[in-house]
Design a protein around this ligand. Structure first.
Ligand SMILES: Nc1ncnc2c1ncn2[C@@H]1O[C@H](COP(=O)(O)OP(=O)(O)OP(=O)(O)O)[C@@H](O)[C@H]1O
Ligand SMILES: [Mg+2]
Length: 253
């Protein structure tokens, strides 16, 4: 639990990777995610999004400031499946580490496999899956870990547009039934607006939060939402924010 009961609390976090030269990845980042909230981190490639997620997961230590989170399941940008375990074995791996009895984890995994487009592949090896299937399996594994907060680093990044939309829809449905707190990294503006309650826009490296944009669109958000004037206006607002930062960054060069 964070000091004030929020699911995620990041205060004044700066992070510089040591090396020659040192790389400043984050600069004075503040962010707070309430329990049950879905927050998206949106920013250009290399701005420090994955670094911020790793800091929240406790995998890297900030150079300054503090990052706290309630019990988290972290899905890294690269899927890190275990090649020597079959699909089902990979799916229940994180749950097993967290102490969920294997039979129970297996039952839950089997029930969810069709939703993840992995039905019939229980006994396949990760090497036999497509890139999209691997990513869906990694997401299933994260979801099966009994954690309140999900940290998802571009979970749909390697999926084709059609599968991506299906998965966005699916994630909304699942969260309706099984609410979690989510912090999701993306560089896709539409994805952020379809999924999030709040979008944090990051600047180019070193990443700072340059805007916090609440998304007051009704749920579930579907094809009709994407074409609504409200959606279009929010998209323009986020695009302008990202562009303004990119332009000011270029002016400094
Ligand atoms: N372990 C590391 N050691 C040194 N530098 C690193 C390390 N990890 C990331 N960096 C650097 O920190 C900066 C931010 O990287 P990070 O992976 O957080 O960006 P990102 O926003 O997730 O990018 P992308 O959208 O491409 O995934 C980059 O310049 C990167 O080269
Ligand atoms: Mg990244």
């Amino acid at each position: 639990m964070t000091p004030d009961g929020r699911a995620i609390e990041v205060r004044g976090v700066s992070l510089t990777y040591a090396g020659r030269p040192p790389v400043g990845a984050l600069e004075h980042v503040d962010l707070a995610v309430a329990r049950g909230e879905f927050a998206a981190l949106l920013g250009p490639s290399g701005c420090g999004k994955s670094t911020l997620l790793r800091a929240v997961a406790g995998l890297v230590r900030p150079t300054a400031g503090e990052a706290h989170a309630k019990s988290v399941a972290y899905m890294p940008q690269r899927d890190l499946l275990l090649p020597w375990r079959r699909v089902l074995g990979n799916a229940i791996f994180a749950a097993g580490l967290a102490g969920v009895p294997p039979a129970e984890a297996k039952r839950r995994a089997e029930a969810l496999l069709p939703r993840f487009g992995l039905d019939g592949f229980e006994r396949a090896w990760p090497a036999q899956l497509s890139g999209g299937m691997r990513q869906r399996l990694a997401l299933l594994r994260t979801f099966l870990a009994p954690r309140e907060t999900l940290l998802l680093d571009e979970p749909f990044g390697a999926l084709d547009a059609i599968t991506r939309h299906q998965m966005q829809r699916w994630l909304q449905d699942v969260l309706e039934v099984e609410p979690r707190t989510v912090l999701l990294v993306t560089h896709d503006i539409e994805e952020a607006l379809i999924l999030a309650d709040t979008v944090y826009v990051m600047s180019a490296r070193p990443g700072r939060i340059v805007a916090r944009v609440p998304v007051p669109l009704a749920r579930p958000r579907d094809a009709a939402t994407v074409t609504s004037p409200e959606f279009t206006a929010l998209k323009a607002q986020l695009l302008a924010r990202l562009d303004a930062d990119a332009t000011s960054g270029m002016a400094e060069i």
